[in-house]
Design a protein around this ligand. Structure first.
Ligand SMILES: Cc1cc2nc3c(=O)[nH]c(=O)nc-3n(C[C@H](O)[C@H](O)[C@H](O)COP(=O)(O)O)c2cc1C
Length: 305
């Protein structure tokens, strides 16, 4: 069978354009293998920092009628411990392993990225877009000068592709994307969760311990699509679409808007790891029916005049 779904993404060879989104499911090699068996073309790990972090007390996740709001608080074992997981995952995975990195300073981002790459990460994805932890995440991603400094420093430190994950919680994602690419980003992921909250009418209090969290799932899809469409018009690097993808039709829409690949997060909870195979099967049939030889041919197609 002709493989219409192979892509080269900023130097990474993927058998198909689907990836596990950061932070969904655990971070062990075993879980990643399950996701690859489900058909994912690449894995992105949970965001890892310099030191271990417990995350917030429960409740950290609220279900709404259009998706989830989470304020996990970036729980992670810290890079010194996580290097073991990276080594183990690299020993068994046949797809690229992308390590998501966060930090509280330019130096912390560079240090975690360097240690991840040293033990085999194929690329890093910089989380400059988490909406619920102070002094990192979107507080960096919403400030183009600091963001550019982070990207420049990581680029000068590691020799692997540097992907930057953007926030939808800014006035213009395209402006931020442009500054990020000027600073040297090899690819962009768009988008992280949308800042949100939930209130319990019985207790008359916010439900999440952190009050605010990030909305993911179907509610986010039209916002993510708009961000990708805007970014595609402004930058030339590959865009990885993320936000509310639950079917191959959603994935096709993201590609048509300008994404070269897509990530799936929340939908894994409802549809299981085989969602990746369902998306790739559906995309392949769509490309065949429409007469396309490669998935690359539909990237940005909705922009034609
Ligand atoms: C429980 C949960 C944890 C997440 N943790 C991270 C994280 O550690 N780093 C990150 O960059 N994004 C994180 N995200 C955001 C997802 O990677 C993704 O950008 C977002 O959920 C939108 O995609 P989706 O609608 O397919 O879930 C998390 C999302 C959820 C629901």
């Amino acid at each position: 069978m002709k493989n219409r779904l192979n892509i080269n993404l900023a130097g990474l060879e993927l058998g198909n354009p689907t990836m596990l989104a950061s932070g969904i499911l655990g971070h062990s090699a075993e879980t990643f293998e399950t996701i690859v068996e489900g058909g994912a073309g690449a894995i992105v790990t949970k965001s890892i920092g310099v030191k271990p972090r417990k995350g917030y007390a429960n409740p950290t996740v609220v279900q709404t009628n259009c998706g989830l709001i989470n304020a996990m608080g970036l729980p992670n074992p810290g890079i010194a411990e996580f290097v073991k997981e990276i080594r183990e995952a690299k020993a068994v995975l046949k797809v690229p392993l992308i390590v998501s990195v966060y930090g509280y300073s330019v130096e912390e981002y560079a240090s975690v990225a360097e240690r991840a790459v040293a033990v085999g990460a194929d690329a890093v994805e910089l989380n400059v877009s988490c909406p619920h932890v102070k002094e990192t995440g979107s507080e960096i991603g919403q400030n183009p000068q600091v963001l550019a400094e982070v990207v420049r420093k990581v680029k000068s430190t590691v020799k692997k592709p540097v992907i930057v994950k953007l926030s939808p919680n800014v006035t213009s994602t395209a402006d931020v994307a442009e500054a990020t690419v000027k600073a040297g980003a090899d690819a962009l992921t768009a988008v992280n969760t949308v800042k949100a909250m939930a209130i319990d009418s019985e207790t008359a209090l916010p439900i999440l311990t952190n009050k605010f969290g990030g909305l993911s799932g179907p509610a986010v899809k039209p916002i993510a699509l708009r961000c990708i469409y805007d970014i595609y018009e402004r930058v030339k690097v590959p865009i990885i679409g993320c936000g509310g993808i639950t079917s191959w039709q959603d994935a096709a829409e993201f590609l048509l808007a300008g994404a070269s690949a897509i990530q799936v997060g929340t939908a894994i909870a409802t549809k299981g790891p085989s969602i990746f195979k369902n998306i790739t099967r559906g995309l392949n049939a769509y490309l065949e029916k429409k007469g396309f030889e490669s998935v690359n041919e539909i990237v940005g197609l909705s922009h034609r005049k």
